[in-house]
Design a protein around this ligand. Structure first.
Ligand SMILES: Nc1nc2c(ncn2[C@@H]2O[C@H](COP(=O)(O)OP(=O)(O)OP(=O)(O)O)[C@@H](O)[C@H]2O)c(=O)[nH]1
Ligand SMILES: [Mg+2]
Length: 228
């Protein structure tokens, strides 16, 4: 059985985090890292109270938070890293369906698709659905890979992730990973995952600024790597 660690980028998620952390299937997970950058609520405290390690990144940004957590794990790396949001919109209990194809040797990266899974009404906004559909079409046309989502809930082999040389420090993290994996011919799978309305205040898709910035960054990355 490979070593599995979980990374949770979290910004002001004190309400949701306890439920996320309590539902992570612990037998199959070794360490849980909550990457906090500048939460003004009790995110760090409730994370520790529920058995997570907390790392702090001063620069705001989903990608920056993920990179900080990975740097923290590098001293004693796992075999597999799982990424999960901290707002309780993902179902932590579904983690095995993401790591099993990797443990079975069928894939090195598994993306959880909210488009193919059971979704609570309103959990994915119309602009998120349209944005994902456009991005997935571009992934297919420009990089020859088939995805139905850029879902945050995903698993990847540590060695594979290191080889990708991830760089994005904010909204482009998920699509960057899928682009670079495609360019390197990484064996990938997509599995359906359930998705529900988040607990607490949105930082990205629920805000106009977040949606527009995320959309622009995703389209820019899709173009940038296609012609380089
Ligand atoms: N550390 C850190 N985490 C962030 C940042 N922005 C968002 N997050 C976390 O990243 C995850 C995704 O952000 P969300 O606000 O849920 O974005 P979203 O899922 O697109 O939007 P919703 O549908 O409203 O949930 C959540 O766990 C956030 O707490 C950030 O700047 N720093
Ligand atoms: Mg969310």
């Amino acid at each position: 059985m490979g070593l599995v660690d979980v990374v949770i980028p979290a910004l002001n998620e004190e309400q949701a985090l306890p439920r996320v952390l309590q539902e992570i299937p612990r037998p199959s997970v070794r360490r849980v890292i909550v990457a906090d950058n500048g939460s003004t609520d009790r995110t760090a405290e409730v994370a520790r109270q529920n058995g997570a390690e907390v790392v702090h990144e001063s620069e705001r940004g989903y990608g920056a938070a993920c990179l900080k957590a990975l740097a923290h794990l590098a001293a004693d790396p796992p075999d597999i890293v799982v990424f999960l949001d901290g707002d309780y919109s993902d179902h932590p209990s579904e983690l095995p369906s993401l790591i099993d194809p990797i443990l079975a040797g069928d894939a090195d990266m598994v993306i959880g698709s909210r488009a193919r899974g059971r979704r609570e009404r309103g959990a994915l906004s119309p602009q998120q659905q349209v944005g994902n559909a456009i991005a997935c079409r571009a992934l297919r046309l420009l990089y020859g890979v088939r995805y139905t989502d850029l879902g945050p809930f995903r698993a990847i082999r540590w060695q594979t992730l290191q080889a990708l040389g991830m760089q994005d420090r904010n909204y482009g993290w998920t699509v960057e990973m899928q682009i670079k994996a495609a360019r390197r011919g990484v064996a990938y799978r997509e599995v359906p995952v359930s998705y529900r309305q988040r607990i607490g205040v949105s930082k990205v898709s629920g805000t106009v600024r977040g949606s527009v910035s995320a959309g622009a960054k995703i389209l820019w990355l899709l173009g940038r790597y296609a012609w380089s």
